[in-house]
Design a protein around this ligand. Structure first.
Ligand SMILES: C[S@@+](CC[C@H](N)C(=O)[O-])C[C@H]1O[C@@H](n2cnc3c(N)ncnc32)[C@H](O)[C@@H]1O
Length: 254
């Protein structure tokens, strides 16, 4: 299902989904974050102690808490008030995280050049106007600062993508369709309820990032490690096709 949708409508959905979403998050986030995203994000971040870090679209806040425990001064923003409430409830008083309600497409309350690092985990694909968000992240970073973000892999998670099974339920291959469609669509993730995403091509991501002024430093397609496969053998199937893509981009020193 495709729709014309703005950030307000998208966030109404997140507000009503916030409690359900947060239930399967522990101190490492959910299982996909533990297996794929956290190892990749932290491998790209570098030194965190005493760094000014923004968690853009923090959700229930697990990543903000990990960043704070690693010694960063963390500001965490989410547009869903309910997500911010849950994040605050889950944060012990000794972690000094500054939680704010705000739209990543327009973060006027935050000053130019105020962060060494911005992390945005699985948020950019939720934004109707991702180019505005890239512009905001660029404005908020110090020269030389990095913006690291993860998204669903734009080449494999497309409207209509999914496993093709045979009659006995065996997974034959992953189907991809309508790659060049750009806009909103709903997709069921595994057996969970349908979630609204915005699909864009890989070319569009790269074009928008470079147009805003970022230099692309790395692109990672996370795979489960041997250790994670021992712990969760069902992720073996993720060696057949990538689910996620992580970008590290830098605001060059002028
Ligand atoms: C998939 S969740 C990820 C949350 C968190 N980063 C994590 O890894 O657990 C996406 C989050 O983005 C937030 N979000 C969606 N649109 C937003 C916007 N325009 N500005 C700020 N946050 C937004 C949602 O409320 C939700 O908390």
């Amino acid at each position: 299902m495709e729709q014309n949708i703005d950030a307000e409508e998208a966030i109404r959905r997140w507000d009503s989904f916030a409690d359900t979403y947060s239930k399967n998050h522990n101190e490492q986030g959910d299982i996909h974050k533990e297996v794929f995203l956290n190892p990749t994000l932290f491998s790209l971040m570098g030194e965190l102690k005493d760094k000014q870090v923004l968690d853009a679209g923090c959700g229930e806040g697990y990543l903000s808490r990990l960043l704070s425990k690693a010694g960063s001064n963390v500001t965490a923003v989410d547009y869903s008030l309910r997500m911010i409430e849950i994040a605050q409830e889950r944060t012990p008083v000794d972690l000094q995280i500054k939680y704010l309600r705000g739209n990543c497409e327009k973060l006027d309350t935050l000053e130019d050049n105020s962060f060494d690092l911005i992390v945005s985990n699985m948020v950019i694909q939720d934004l109707p106007n991702y180019e505005n968000a890239f512009r905001e992240m660029f404005r908020l970073l110090v020269d030389g600062g990095s913006f690291i973000f993860s998204i669903l892999h734009p080449c494999f998670v497309t409207p209509g993508s999914g496993w093709e099974n045979n009659n006995s339920g065996e997974k034959l291959h992953w189907n991809v369709d309508r790659y060049f469609y750009e806009g909103a669509y709903e997709q069921r993730l595994g057996d969970k309820e349908k979630v609204l995403f915005f699909h864009r091509t890989l070319t569009s991501y790269v074009d928008k990032l470079t147009k805003v002024g970022f230099m692309i430093e790395s692109i990672v397609e996370p795979k489960p490690s041997e250790i994670m496969l021992e712990k969760y053998p069902s992720f073996e199937e993720d060696l057949r096709c990538a689910d996620f893509m992580v970008f590290k981009v830098t605001k060059l020193k002028r």
